[in-house]
Each structure stands twice: as C-alpha cells, then as structure tokens.
Write a protein that binds this ligand. Structure first.
Ligand code: NAP
Length: 378
C-alpha cells in the first residue's frame, strides 16, 4: 500500500480508502446488508494496509455506520481514520446536530470522528448549514475533540464548489473525479483549486460507481493495443493517483477479489508516475467513450420548463450515459427518477418550444422519440 501526506494536515493516509456504501449488492438496489461479509471485507482491507474508511449516516438504510463500528472492534479502530457525514436533511438547529453526532459516535463505537463532512452540499445547502449554525458547531466539536477535521463532500457545478471552498477554512474536501469527469462537477479545476490551497482532496466515484471497470469494445481495444497490459480498473486508479493533489481514492468494494486487486494496484501508484504515452492513452480512452455520445445536449436547460412536463435534459443525459458506459437503462438512476416522476418523453406533443430555445440547435423532438424508444427497449 502506498501512503500519502494529506496536504496542509500533514498526516499520512493510505492512497486507497474503503467506501462503505456498496456492501452486499447495494449498488443494484439491494439494501439488506450481509453484516458478516461486510465486516470481513473491512478487516481484510485494513489488514492489507487501508487506513481510511468512508461512511455516512444515510448509507445502506442507515446501517453502514453500525456495521463499520462492529468491524472496528478488536483493536481495528486504532489503525484507521473514519470519515462520516452530516446530511442537511436530518438537522435543523444546534440540538438536532448534537443529537445526530451523538448517534453517529454511538453507532461507530468511537469517541471521535476523524473527518466529519457536511454531506453532498451545494451552495443552497451550504447557506442552509450556515443559517442553522453548523460552522460554529463543527468548530466547537473540533475543540472538544469529538471531530478532528471539518470537511464537505460535493457533487455540484464548479462555480458552487469554488464559492464554498473559499467561504470557510475547510480541512478536507471530497469530490467525484475520474478520467471521464475532468470537466464535470468540481472537475480538474476544482481539484487544482483545493490542492493549491493545501486542502487535501478525497476522491469518490473513481470508477464511476463501477462503470469504468467494464470497458466497452472500443475502449478495450485501446487498452489491448498498449504495450503494458493493465486492467481497466488499474488504468482508472493509476490515472487518479498520478495527480499530486489527490490524497485518497475511495472505492466501495463488494467482493474480496476486488479488495485484493485494489490493494495490489494501490501498491504501484504514485504522483507523476504516468509518462506522456500513458497520458495520451487515457485521452484516447476518454475520446473513445465520448464517441458513443448520442446527442450533444450540454444540460444548459434553456429548453426548460417543457410545457408538457418532459425532463428534456434528463432524458438526454440518461440516453448518453447508458450509451457511453454500455449499461442497462433499468440500472440508470436518472432514468428511473424520470419514470417515477412521470417526466418522460412520452409526454412530448412535438410543440417545438424546446427547439426554438435550444442554443445547440438540436433536433430535440426527434431525439426525444429515439431516446425514449432505446431506453425503454427490452
Ligand atoms: N459523499 C457523497 O456524496 C458520496 C457519493 C458517492 C460515493 N461516496 C463514497 O465514495 C465511495 C466510493 O465511491 P464508489 O463506491 O462509487 O467508488 P467506485 O470505485 O467508483 O465504484 C465502486 C464499484 O466499482 C466496482 N469495483 C471496485 N473495485 C473493483 C475491482 N477491483 N474490479 C472490478 N470492479 C471494481 C464495484 O462495482 P460492482 O459492485 O458493480 O462490482 C464497486 O461497487 C463510496 O463507497 C462512498 O463511501 C460518497
């Protein structure tokens, strides 16, 4: 296992951090956790050198923290740092924040949390957290030793990331990042902004929830043609760890073979390890994925609101995602939300208001019909 220094905090961490969100098939919607299996996976990772464990109050129907707490008995707690999170939806004042933290400490069977994150905030939630006094609460808990570092995790657009990062003296940030998301969410700009301030960056969704682990034919052909053979997973993690700003790469593993492979990979990675040819390979791989883009919708939402209730950018995003990563539409979260909220393309009456507003001049009406047909095909 390779270890890294966490920016201005100056502490050492394993480059591989175990995510505790995906045990026992949770990725495919099975929320019943197999406790014994999860505990043995967690301990296997720690025995292999992992020192960073990531969980959250809400993961696995609120059972993830409990299972992690059990796994860290028998001396394991002293070997690791724990990151867990406060969801904005669960708190509304100081007393509710105190109650939530107390519950989390009890579930984790510990007297302190190392990295305490405001969970998945955007600008609106950050303003909400400020309005209920969360920054003062985090500062007080830090002074009291109940948390060591005040942090946030983030999935919003770059401008909001920049605002939030510059608005408080954060100790660490957790962002979604991988070789496909260089211009998405916080992206490379966000990574470098945090790195420039010495704020350690923890990466989530490094394999896009597993989608980058299964290379489609055109991507596999590029990997196969490269002189050094590595799995798709290894290329993805190697690319991430090549960035000096990255402190920890989280990965949520469901199987012991995945832990074993990731332990092996994270024994070989280091900042600046990739030469020009390897970096070009990853650029080509990204282009190969993007060549499967179905429609050039940028999600600007100029077409919205649709007078008939179609979530136009949502349908196009699901269409592109399913095509890019060769996944089953039934497992696409965005597509399932559109169907559940009845915002599908079957509501389109071809009025054309969207096409008149689209700055990309897309054939939206035709695109919606094709997207809906392909997403709903058996
Ligand atoms: N704060 C937030 O808002 C937030 C959001 C998302 C995630 N997170 C945290 O970040 C962690 C990491 O994100 P993630 O779980 O999405 O990470 P990820 O590495 O992108 O995806 C994990 C999935 O990748 C696959 N995988 C991992 N190692 C593999 C290997 N060696 N070979 C083949 N497949 C492999 C598995 O998919 P299969 O199960 O399909 O095999 C696994 O479930 C989460 O567990 C969670 O703790 C936080």
């Amino acid at each position: 296992m390779k270890y890294r220094t966490m920016g201005k905090l100056g502490i050492q961490t394993s480059a591989f951090g175990l995510g505790c969100m995906r045990f026992n098939g949770a990725a495919s919607g099975d929320s019943v956790i197999d406790e014994q299996k999860a505990i043995s996976l967690i301990r296997k990772a720690i025995d292999g050198g992992v020192t960073y464990l990531d969980t959250a109050y809400v993961y696995l129907n609120k059972t993830s923290e409990t299972v992690l707490g059990k796994a860290l008995r028998d001396g394991y707690r002293d070997k690791v740092t724990i990151a867990t999170k406060m969801p904005f939806e669960a708190v509304y004042d100081r007393a509710s924040m105190e109650a939530l933290l107390k519950e989390e400490l009890e579930k984790l069977q510990t007297d302190h949390i190392d990295f305490y994150l405001m969970h998945g905030i955007n600008r609106e939630k950050w303003e909400g957290f400020k309005a209920i006094g969360a920054p003062a609460f985090f500062d007080d808990m830090k002074k009291a030793g109940r948390i060591r570092y005040k942090c946030f995790s983030f999935h919003g657009p770059y401008d909001q990331f920049e605002y939030i990062l510059n608005d408080w003296d954060w100790d660490m940030v957790q962002i979604q990042y991988n070789f496909m998301d260089i211009n998405n969410q916080a992206g490379t700009r966000g990574l470098e902004l945090a790195g420039g301030k010495g704020i350690p960056v923890v990466i989530m969704e490094g394999l896009l929830g597993g989608r980058l682990a299964k290379a489609p034919d055109n991507v596999q052909a590029l990997y196969d043609a490269f002189p050094v053979k590595r799995s798709a997973v290894e290329w993805a993690f190697r690319w991430l760890c090549n960035h000096p700003e990255v402190s920890v790469v989280l990965s949520g593993c469901n199987e012991k073979e995945q832990i074993e492979e990731n332990l092996r990979i994270f024994d070989t990675v280091a900042p600046g390890i990739m030469g020009a040819e390897e970096l070009k390979l990853m650029d080509d791989v990204r282009a190969a994925y993007l060549s499967r883009t179905k429609i050039g919708c940028t999600g600007c939402r100029y077409c919205m609101p649709c007078p008939n209730g179609v979530n136009i950018p949502g349908v196009f995003s699901a269409w592109n995602q399913v095509s890019l990563y060769n996944t089953d539409p039934k497992t696409d979260w965005g597509f399932s939300q559109i169907k559940r909220n009845d915002h599908g393309a079957d509501k389109c009456i071809a009025c054309g208001a969207c096409e008149a507003a689209c700055p990309q001049h897309l054939n939206i009406i035709d695109g919606l019909q094709r997207a809906w047909g392909e997403l709903n095909a058996d």
